[in-house]
Design a protein around this ligand. Structure first.
Ligand code: SAM
Length: 289
């Protein structure tokens, strides 16, 4: 632990911000690498006679901030940690940094499965850091979860994130292409969730540097029109879902109508495009027959 006066720390913070970057990123860096939460940081601004305890010294913290400023590397990759809902997840540049808009998928599911005693089998396709699958497994200890990803590193990180967050054992991880590793569960799934790569090629090429340079291409790029992976997930879903089983997919801001069409073509019913908090048709949900 490093102890310094709050006054000196606040001067240091001011100096860092004068170099560029934004306040939220610096607060996140101070939290994830320095061990000082935003709440405590704000408190210091009122009680500046206090001392500050940091996990690393200011020189090292400054070194990381300079790295972020010069290369645009996301703070989450510098620290190896990302917050998502109430979870603290390990991340590396092999997995997507889980996004705030994806958190709403958990609310959508919770709204539909209100009976807390119901035991269901769910699947998180393309689990990445494990965010969605882990949140569902923790919220519903009686559910049985299966998570897949095509990337070995992602599967390793997601499994570690699960065991670090709980000693429950209701989520299993499988390496492979979308549904393929789940052949033994055909016709047994009540709910499948996916946040697949859905960015069209042209949009991908224009992504900001901090995303394109650091986040895995395989997690973002959905082919020429962005729909290649979504098409595959929807096409094979009927073999795995139970009758009336749910499929919930996150899509790009303008793909809602086309994804809805794909669901209908594959004999899904009650298909709806749901809006995120910005009013964008971000999620498509339907039931198999
Ligand atoms: C947009 S990221 C989502 C990660 C995580 N579910 C989340 O919401 O943060 C998409 C994930 O799908 C995985 N993926 C891409 N192609 C895949 C495939 N063919 N089969 C299985 N997973 C795939 C990527 O490795 C990546 O982890």
């Amino acid at each position: 632990m490093v102890i310094i006066s709050a006054k000196n720390f606040l001067l240091w913070e001011k100096k860092q911000l004068s170099k560029g970057g934004d306040k939220n990123s610096l607060s996140l860096l101070i939290d994830l690498l320095g061990g000082l939460s935003k709440k405590k940081l704000n408190f210091l601004k009122i009680k500046s006679e206090k001392n500050v305890e940091l996990k690393i010294n200011l020189e090292l913290l400054e070194y990381f901030w300079d790295q972020h400023l010069s290369s645009s590397i996301p703070i989450q990759y510098l620290s190896g940690i990302s917050y998502w809902r109430d979870l603290k997840l390990e991340v590396s540049n092999k997995v997507l940094i889980p996004r705030a808009e994806t958190e709403m998928m958990i609310e959508i599911i919770t709204e539909r499965f209100k009976n807390k005693n119901e035991k269901i089998n769910f699947v998180d396709l393309g689990t990445g850091s494990g965010a969605i699958g882990i949140a569902l497994a923790l919220l519903n200890p009686q559910w049985n979860g299966l998570a897949t990803d095509i990337d070995k590193n992602a599967i390793e990180i997601a499994s570690r994130n699960f065991t670090k967050n709980t000693n429950q054992s209701n989520l299993k991880f499988y390496l492979g292409n979308w549904w393929n590793p789940l052949v033994n569960f055909k016709g047994e799934i009540d709910l499948a969730v996916a946040n697949p790569p859905y960015i069209p090629l042209e949009t991908y090429n224009e992504l900001p540097k901090e995303v394109k340079k650091f986040e895995p291409r395989i997690a973002l790029l959905g082919g020429e029109d962005g729909l290649e992976q979504i098409e595959e997930i929807v096409r094979y879903a009927p073999s795995y879902l139970k009758e009336k089983g749910y499929l919930l997919i996150e899509n790009h801001y303008d793909q809602g109508d086309r994804v809805k069409q794909l669901f209908l073509e594959n004999r899904f019913t009650s298909v709806k495009v749901l809006k995120d908090l910005s009013g964008i048709g971000r999620f498509t949900i339907g039931r198999y027959k």
